[in-house]
Each structure stands twice: as C-alpha cells, then as structure tokens.
Ligand binder design. Structure first.
Ligand SMILES: *Cc1c(COP(=O)(O)O)cnc(C)c1O
Length: 398
C-alpha cells in the first residue's frame, strides 16, 4: 500500500510537495512515477459506476496529478490544467457575461491583450487598462459592472510590480475577483492566493515545465464553488492538455525550486554586471536596489526571478548587434527554460504596438530582454561581455 500524501499538508516544504503532491505511487502496479494515461476513455464497472474517470476531456489521471501538485504549490486547494497559458486565461474569462467589465494591468502579456480586445470584446465584455503599480488608478477604473481585476506581477518586459495584497483588499471590499498571472514569479517566489487573490493563472510553458518543450497552462483557486464553475468551463470549452504534456510538466515541476535558485543566481550576477557596464543605459530587475519597487519586491516575493531587461546605448543598431551576436543566448521569444534566451521586444513581442505608444512605456529600440537560463554563470557573463564590446566600436570616424 503506497503512502497517502495530503496536498493540504502545509507542514511539508515546497520541494517535497513538488515531488509528492498528487503523485502517490500507482495503487494497482506500484509505479513510482505517475504514468502517462494515454487513453481517450475509461471502461465503466457497470452502468452508473466508474473509478472516477469516464472520458479524458473531463478527467485524466496524469492531468489530475499535475492539477493537484500545482494547487499544492500555490498553497491552494484546486487546480485545473489547460492546453496553453492562453487557454487557462480563457477558462477564467468564461466566468463573465456580456456587459461585464474587467480592470487590466496595462502591460499584460500581448496574447492576453489580443484575447481581450479581439475575441472577448465581440461578446460585449469591456476592458479598462491601467498602471497596476498605481493603486489609485486601479480603484478609479472600477465601475459597477466590474467583475474581475486582472494583473501580472512582475510584468513583461519591464518587470514592474503590482502590490497584490493591496489590490486584493480593494477587490474584496467591492466583491470583485482578483486574478493574478503568476507566470514570471512562479509559486516558488510568489503565492498570490496567500496574498488575497482569488485566482492564479500560469503559462506552464515557462518556468513550471522549465525546459522549453511544451505549451501548457493552469488555473488555481481556493474556493470550492469557484472551482466548480471553472471546472465546468475547462470541460465545456475542452482546451485540455494531453497526458504526455502533463507528464512533462509534472517532471519539470519537481526541480522548480532547484532551477529557480540557479536562474536567480545567474540573473542577479548578470543584472549587477550590466548595471556597471558603460554601454548600458538602464537595467530592469526587481532584485536590484535601483528598481523603483525593490522594497515591495522584498516583501511580496521570496526571490526575484530569472528575467532581466536592459537598454543598450546606441539604439536599434546596437540592440541588433547584441541580439544577433550572442553565442549561448538564443534569439527567440518565450522564457523560463534552462536554456538562455534573448529577445528584442520592440521588433518581436511588442512589434504590433506603435512606436509612439510603446516608447513612453519604456519599450524603446535599445531594450533587450534576457531569459537567464541555468548554464554556468561565468559563460553567460562572457557571452554578454563579448557582444557588448562589439557595440563599443565607433560607428563613424569623425
Ligand atoms: C507566455 C505567457 C502567457 C501565454 O501562455 P502560452 O502558454 O504561450 O499560451 C500568458 N502570460 C504570460 C505572463 C506569459 O509569459
């Protein structure tokens, strides 16, 4: 008989829960690791009697294990896995109806903005975008129709923070739900539900799976009634992940804490190095004392993550030289994997935003975003050092 692990056992540490929660040995075979239940349907014992599984869109044991594990890591009771981060966002927005209003942090993930503006607006759901680091702006944007406040912290690519506890208080007073996209921080560094949020969403594509090898998402909450509603939409819309992707996410999550400590160690060293570099105009990293919300970061987060953004001197030309010349940092969108990535927001992730709009927000032509991997720190520093040296060469002889 395998030992039962209760996901609500808070006395277990984070990594213990990452390895055990929802992942008891298989009662019929003893399989130590949760198997990939590659099946579409489950045989009934008799009419009206099953073993808890009937059809794999509704439930799959590999997915259940992932859902229980992710809920436990967020310090919550319920988890739902989705086919992508955006599918997870969709499940949450399915809670709304025509005429409802959502207050949204202005620098949310581009795909979230597109879903809100190009899909959900068609159904007469309305959105107001505000600077979520400004509590007054959040409060002032709320209308009698507001049903949801949607924020990210830290944001992409400028790593701005929102005070989750303060926003949760605003929402609770007005009986509005708060959803936090916790993709950048991960539950290892930040647990929004413990700070008062109602719902957490993730793109498990990023740090949770951690190896840049799947697309996935998750929705997590504590309230049973809310969970039943969300569970209904997960099944009704049907954008569920396959069992193999759930297996990979579960495998990734087991080393989340180890990886994040390395991501952060490398990111801290790189942020400090860049801050002292003569070719760098500005560095964005919540773990730097120069970050305007460093104090909030220290109280709200247990660590500062693995994404660093910086502005190279010399504008577009210099930025192009940097992103085209690194050897280890790979030029690609996305983040959160063991391999380091580099990207140029102005021409890649934020290209659809007109220059006059993005520049005042800080997304200038010289801005570069790094997703710091877990390679040897000195190799990553060396890579950046050699490409920054290239930007130092005089462009025109006087
Ligand atoms: C990537 C990302 C998403 C979307 O997730 P997909 O898995 O790509 O659908 C949503 N929010 C944030 C913060 C992200 O980084």
């Amino acid at each position: 008989m395998s030992k039962q692990f209760s996901t609500t056992e808070k006395e277990y540490g984070f990594t213990t829960r990452a390895i055990h929660a929802g992942q008891e040995a298989c009662p019929s075979t003893g399989s130590l690791i949760t198997p990939i239940y590659q099946t579409s349907t489950f045989v009934l014992d008799e009419l009206g009697k099953n073993k808890g599984y009937q059809y794999a869109r509704s439930h799959n044991p590999t997915r259940t294990a992932l859902e229980e594990c992710l809920a436990s890591l967020e310090g919550a009771r319920y988890g739902l896995a989705a086919a992508s981060g955006l599918a997870a966002v969709s499940i949450v927005l399915d809670l709304l109806k025509a005429g409802d209003h959502v207050v949204v942090g202005e620098d949310v993930y581009g795909g979230v903005y597109r879903l809100f503006e190009r899909v959900l607006r068609k159904f007469n759901i309305n959105f107001t975008y505000i600077d979520a680091s400004n509590l007054e702006a959040v409060e002032n944007a709320i209308t009698p129709e507001t049903k949801l406040v949607w924020i990210e912290s830290p944001t992409n690519p400028l790593l701005k923070l929102a005070d989750i506890r303060a926003i949760a208080n605003i929402c609770q007073r007005r009986r509005i739900r708060l959803c936090v996209d916790n993709t950048f921080a991960t539950p290892y560094f930040q647990r929004p539900i413990e700070l008062g949020a109602d719902i957490v969403v993730h793109s498990t594509t990023k740090y949770l799976s951690g190896h840049s090898d799947i697309i996935g998402g998750a929705v997590i909450c504590n309230d049973e009634e809310l969970y039943s509603e969300l569970k209904f939409f997960q099944n009704a819309s049907g954008a569920v992940p396959g069992p193999f992707d759930c297996f990979l996410a579960l495998r990734g999550v087991k080393t989340l804490a180890l990886r994040l400590r390395e991501h952060e160690r490398n990111a801290t060293a790189i942020a400090k190095y860049l801050e002292n570099h003569s070719q760098v105009e500005k560095v964005y990293y919540p773990g730097l004392p120069s970050h305007p919300q460093f104090d909030l970061a220290k109280t709200q987060m247990a660590g500062f993550g693995g994404v660093v953004a910086f502005v190279v001197k010399g504008g577009l030309e210099a930025a192009k030289t940097v992103v085209n010349s690194t050897s280890l940092f790979q030029l690609a969108e996305s983040l959160g994997g063991v391999k380091s990535l580099i990207c140029h927001p102005a021409t890649m992730t934020h290209a659809p935003i007109p220059k006059e709009v993005r520049e005042p927000l800080g997304i200038v032509d010289g801005l570069i975003r790094l997703s710091i991997g877990i390679e040897e720190g000195k190799d990553l520093l060396q890579d950046l050092e050699s490409v920054l040296a290239l930007t130092q060469q005089p462009i025109t002889a006087q």
